[in-house]
Design a protein around this ligand. Structure first.
Ligand SMILES: NC(=O)c1ccc[n+]([C@@H]2O[C@H](COP(=O)([O-])OP(=O)(O)OC[C@H]3O[C@@H](n4cnc5c(N)ncnc54)[C@H](O)[C@@H]3O)[C@@H](O)[C@H]2O)c1
Length: 247
């Protein structure tokens, strides 16, 4: 623990598991006052049980009214970490309109709602840092069967740059992180649900040049940097944390 984030109030979405959870814990371990949100009450209460100082709130990041009602109860937010995301498997030919709409809602509209609700607070307090989770499967690189996922994660990079440009004079930074394949509960589900789980796992690992998956903690370490005052000259960028998959 280094207390790099002491005095900072941080709001995390999708904090119930995976990258969101590991990042909420890393923020907490570095001295931040963390509010962890997720749609899943069960995983949130497990987080709160393990870390009683992390406040939790059930919140659906695709619901604008729910978000703005909750943000109105918060006095300040120094850092917003947007981790919500869903992976649809398939090419454009397997992507039905409902899949397209769902992925756009969860992966990008959620970030639009969250940023729009939090920015007025950051403007009022003369600064802040927004961190959005994109992916190596985005405008950075095309991957098979990641059609709508890659589309939305490319949009996350565009949203990040636009917010960075609009609010740079207000001392508000906006960056994104593009992870490679990271071990998480939903990754495990994708493996288990594939027709041949043993092969699916092998293939995921084989496509990573380092020959292993990333850990959620390796993504969280970059998030701590972007949340901290060590990164005060960094805005509008996307940091790849991907074990070399985008080289
Ligand atoms: N795991 C990977 O390999 C990987 C790689 C690149 C990018 N990412 C991105 O990282 C982020 C986290 O992924 P992960 O695999 O670590 O976690 P995960 O997919 O296992 O967990 C996602 C969390 O989001 C929550 N959630 C889903 N819909 C929500 C909603 N509408 N409102 C609030 N919460 C909601 C779920 O309850 C869950 O706790 C996602 O944006 C994902 O696209 C993951």
């Amino acid at each position: 623990m280094t207390n790099r984030l002491e005095g900072k109030k941080i709001l995390v979405t999708a904090a119930g598991q995976g990258i969101g959870r590991a990042t909420a814990v890393a923020f907490h371990n570095d001295g931040a006052n963390v509010i962890a949100t997720d749609i899943n009450e069960k995983t949130l209460s497990a987080l709160n049980k393990e870390f009683p100082n992390i406040k939790t709130k059930k919140m659906d990041s695709t619901q604008a009214n729910e978000i703005s009602k909750f943000i109105k109860t918060i006095d300040k937010i120094d850092v917003l970490f947007n981790a919500v995301g869903f992976v649809h498997h398939g090419s454009i030919l397997e992507c039905e309109e409902k899949d397209w709409d769902f992925s756009l809602d969860v992966n990008i509209k959620s970030m639009y709602f969250m940023c729009k609700a939090v920015l007025p607070l950051m403007i009022k307090q003369n600064g802040g840092s927004i961190i959005n989770v994109s992916s190596c499967a985005s405008s950075l690189k095309g991957f098979p069967n990641r059609f709508v996922y890659g589309t939305t994660k490319g949009a996350v990079i565009g949203l990040t740059k636009s917010i960075a440009a609009d609010f740079v004079k207000k001392n508000i930074r906006c960056n994104s992180i593009a992870p490679g394949t990271v071990f998480s509960p939903s990754w495990q589900d994708r493996v288990n649900q594939s027709p041949d789980p043993v092969k699916a796992k092998k293939d995921f690992i084989a496509r990573q040049p380092m020959g292993r998956l990333g850990t959620a903690e390796e993504i969280a370490a970059i998030a701590v940097y972007l949340a901290s005052d060590d990164s005060t000259f960094t805005t509008g960028t996307t940091i790849s944390v991907d074990g070399g998959i985008s080289i």
